[in-house]
Design a protein around this ligand. Structure first.
Ligand SMILES: Cc1cc2nc3c(=O)[nH]c(=O)nc-3n(C[C@H](O)[C@H](O)[C@H](O)COP(=O)(O)OP(=O)(O)OC[C@H]3O[C@@H](n4cnc5c(N)ncnc54)[C@H](O)[C@@H]3O)c2cc1C
Length: 370
């Protein structure tokens, strides 16, 4: 059964998810627990059982799989972190590609490269030339590409379940007691575990110990109705290379298999991540930012002047301090690992570092020193 991915108040993302967890009873104990059913948590859950086939794995998701950033993402695949390369990071794109292959995940991965767009310089005969407070052009091509986020969420969840991990949706972990081993508490029950991965990203910052290490924002995107091949050609998007600006205000985008183009940018700021719960895409600051994004897109090129938008949506993002993703021991326990905060660079990294997190929990690899 396929379902739309979007949170009811966060618009209509164009992706859909065709995964429903198998019904199972909640165990009282598990060897490993994962909190968060986005790309990071699902990747870790899929790998934990591969590295430790005799150990049990339980994943908790407070809403539905993909309900956070992962189901609302743009799906542009990037090689480095938002802070650039980090010591020991390794080859994210090669690792990401081989993980998708090993887990047999079909998510329309394409890696044609990504254009950086700027105001000065330019590639010879620049494929992209738009108007955005002056002329902006493709100035560089960097490694990367795109995936279909709904298919990647679904594929990772299926891989996790196939490996033997139990997935529970609509279970919000409210508290973790680290005094005597690790005890996760949720409404109506608790689960004891030896090790836990917290992959809750921009939510539950107190639980993950990320309060003070990053800021939750809400970022927005729109998708046009399908464009003709000649229109994509005029825009410089016929090669299906996604793009992002290197100047602010930030704008990124990509094409979709169905022929439309996605454009994203803008941030809603919060005092507290809990404000996500009351955010509505159709009102307040989010609605203003969507309107601004649409007029900006229409002004980019004559082809877009009267374009219709089929999708308008947004999702949470965790911008960690100094733009560095957090992949560290939980401040309160050596039995807990925290992973997240990739800013706008999480698609490939979450899957790649999710596997690394599974290796850390199994004692096969050390945490990086970021
Ligand atoms: C509009 C938008 C566009 C983006 N575009 C790109 C892009 O093009 N390229 C790119 O690389 N990155 C992009 N990103 C960022 C990228 O999507 C994220 O970095 C990535 O999806 C993070 O995955 P994650 O699994 O760490 O977090 P999430 O997907 O946010 O998963 C965390 C999960 O934890 C759950 N949770 C939270 N608290 C609890 C709790 N207490 N108990 C149980 N479960 C809990 C949440 O419901 C959520 O499902 C974008 C993000 C947005 C919002």
């Amino acid at each position: 059964m396929t379902r739309a991915v979007s949170h009811p108040n966060w618009g209509n993302a164009p992706w859909s998810i065709d995964f429903q967890p198998a019904q199972s009873s909640m165990p009282a104990e598990a060897d490993f627990a994962v909190v968060g059913g986005g790309f990071s948590g699902l990747s870790a859950a899929a790998w934990l059982r591969r590295f430790a086939p005799d150990e049990s794995v339980v994943l908790f998701e407070s809403a539905a799989i993909g309900a956070g950033s992962s189901g609302h993402t743009g799906g542009m695949v990037l090689a480095e972190t938002a802070a650039g390369d980090l010591p020991g990071l390794g080859d994210v794109l090669a690792g990401f590609t081989s993980i998708l292959k090993e887990l047999s995940i079909e998510c329309d991965l394409a890696l044609p490269g990504v254009y950086e767009i700027g105001r000065s310089g330019g590639l010879p005969d620049p494929p992209i030339s738009w108007t955005d407070s002056g002329v902006v052009r493709a100035v560089k091509q960097v490694p990367g590409g795109m995936i279909d986020p709904g298919k990647m969420v679904s594929g990772l969840a299926r891989a996790a379940e196939k490996s033997g991990a139990k997935i529970f949706e609509n279970v919000s972990v409210d508290e973790i007691d680290f005094t005597d081993s690790v005890c996760l508490r949720f409404r109506g029950g608790q689960l004891r575990t030896s090790k836990v991965l917290l992959a809750t990203n921009g939510m539950s910052l107190e639980l993950s110990g990320l309060a003070g290490r990053g800021q939750t924002k809400f970022t927005l995107a729109v998708a046009t109705e399908p464009l003709r091949a000649d229109q994509l050609e005029s825009l410089g998007l016929a090669s299906e290379k996604p793009f992002y600006t290197i100047d602010f205000p930030y704008l990124w985008g990509r094409t979709m298999r169905a022929g439309g183009a996605v454009f994203g940018g803008g941030l809603v700021h919060f005092k507290d991540w809990r404000e996500l719960a009351s955010l509505e895409i159709g009102s307040g600051q989010a609605a203003e930012l969507i309107a601004r994004l649409e007029s900006r897109v229409r002004a980019l090129h004559p082809v877009l002047q009267n374009v219709r938008f089929a999708n308008r949506w947004g999702g949470p993002i965790l911008i960690a301090n100094e733009w560095r993703p957090v992949f560290a021991q939980h401040p309160r326990s050596a039995h807990a690992v925290v992973l997240g905060g990739y800013s706008g660079h999480g698609v490939a990294q979450s899957v790649y570092l999710g596997r690394w997190a599974a290796e850390v929990l199994c004692g096969k690899k050390a945490l990086p020193d970021w």
